[in-house]
Every structure is written in C-alpha cells, then in structure tokens.
Design a protein. Structure first.
Ligand code: AMP
Length: 191
C-alpha cells in the first residue's frame, strides 16, 4: 500500500503518518525530516537546504524530485509500501510523482487530506517550537501552502479518490478513522 498525506503545515501530518506507518507496517517518508537530517549532518544537501528551511521557503523541485525518486526506488520501500508526508508540495512535484509511481509500478495509492481550521494551525505550530515555527515563518509557510501546494489536491482529485479527514480532536481517534478508511479501501481493492 502507498499512502500520500496532504494538508497544510501543522495539521498533524507527521504525527498521523508515524502512527499509520507503525500500524500498517509502511515506511514513513517525510521530506521535511530528510532535509532536517541533512542539515544536522552538514551534507551537501543540508548546506543547500538550511536557509530555505529556516525561512519556510520550498527547496527546488528538481532536488526534491531527485530525493523522492531515489527513496521510492529502494528495495525496502518497494517491498513494504510507504506513507509520504510533505511531498508533493507543488504541481510540478505532483506531476513528476505520478510518473515515478507509474514507472515503479506502485498501483495501490491512497490519498488522505487532513483538514484543520487556520487559527488552530497557527496555535499548534507556535506551540511546537521548531526553528521554523516562529509566527512570521509560520504565516509565510501557510501562504506558500495556499499558493503552491493547495493546487496539488485538485490535480490529484482527477486521478485518485481523496479522502478528507478532520484533524481536530483526539490523535488516536483521528488515527483510527484513517486506518479504518485505508483498510476498507484495501478490502474493496482486493475484491
Ligand atoms: P515539513 O517538515 O514538511 O513541514 O517541511 C519543513 C520544510 O522543509 C519546508 O518548509 C520546506 O522548506 C522543506 N520541504 C519539505 N518538503 C518539501 C518539498 N516537498 N518541497 C520543497 N520543500 C520541502
């Protein structure tokens, strides 16, 4: 199974992805985590991405698509399936991802879109305390989301069924809703 989790920053994509990965035995792929790890280790990618991450600007599509192509080609990911968190974030990334999925034969794709009210998002992000979670950077990231990432949902909805999930409330309850939805989709697909 391949799961893509969409939604603005701060809706709980990371938290939910980790739980889904754990419960369904999928590999959690977070592009934000990959980049933060590269910054921490001071790799070439990290040096390139550091400033962008800190100011909430997107890293270039070419770099991001290259990273995703590489991870999705790995044997373990192909064997276990994955949950993709933080990618695609632009239409260009969405178009490229569609192609990568086709070429690599991933054909059990499920898309979840998490919905949370904007005031709640700002409150949550400020409380999270990451270096890119200052009020200015948060506002900027939400703007970038609206301009560049929101169109991904419309684009994908032409090809995939996207399930909206309300992201406010008890984390486990929200997660159970997602798991039930994914499991019922699996049963339908195998009929
Ligand atoms: P996240 O952990 O998903 O909130 O991502 C943190 C930061 O990493 C973002 O604000 C971007 O600077 C960068 N980033 C993560 N994923 C992507 C992506 N798919 N395309 C471009 N930049 C990304």
């Amino acid at each position: 199974m391949q799961v893509i989790i969409l939604g603005p920053p701060g809706v709980g994509k990371g938290t939910q992805s980790l739980l889904i990965a754990e419960k369904l035995g999928l590999i959690h792929l977070s592009t934000g985590e990959i980049l933060r790890d590269a910054v921490k280790r001071g790799t070439k990618l990290g040096l390139l991405a550091k400033e962008k991450l800190e100011s909430g600007i997107l890293v270039s599509d070419d770099i991001m698509v290259g990273i995703i192509k590489e991870v999705l080609s790995s044997g373990e990911v192909r064997e276990k399936g994955f949950i993709l968190d933080g990618f695609p974030r632009t239409l260009k990334q969405a178009v490229e991802l569609e192609q990568i999925l086709d070429v690599l034969g991933y054909n059990d794709v499920h898309i979840i879109n998490i919905l949370v009210d904007e005031n709640e998002i700002i409150k949550r992000l400020i409380g999270r305390g990451r270096t890119d979670d200052t009020e200015d950077v948060i506002k900027h990231r939400l703007e970038i989301y609206k301009e560049q990432t929101a169109p991904v949902k419309d684009y994908f909805s032409k090809k995939y069924k996207i399930v909206d999930i309300h992201g406010v409330g008890d984390i486990e309850e929200i997660n159970n809703n997602i798991i039930l939805m994914l499991e019922s989709a699996k049963v339908k697909n195998s009929r």
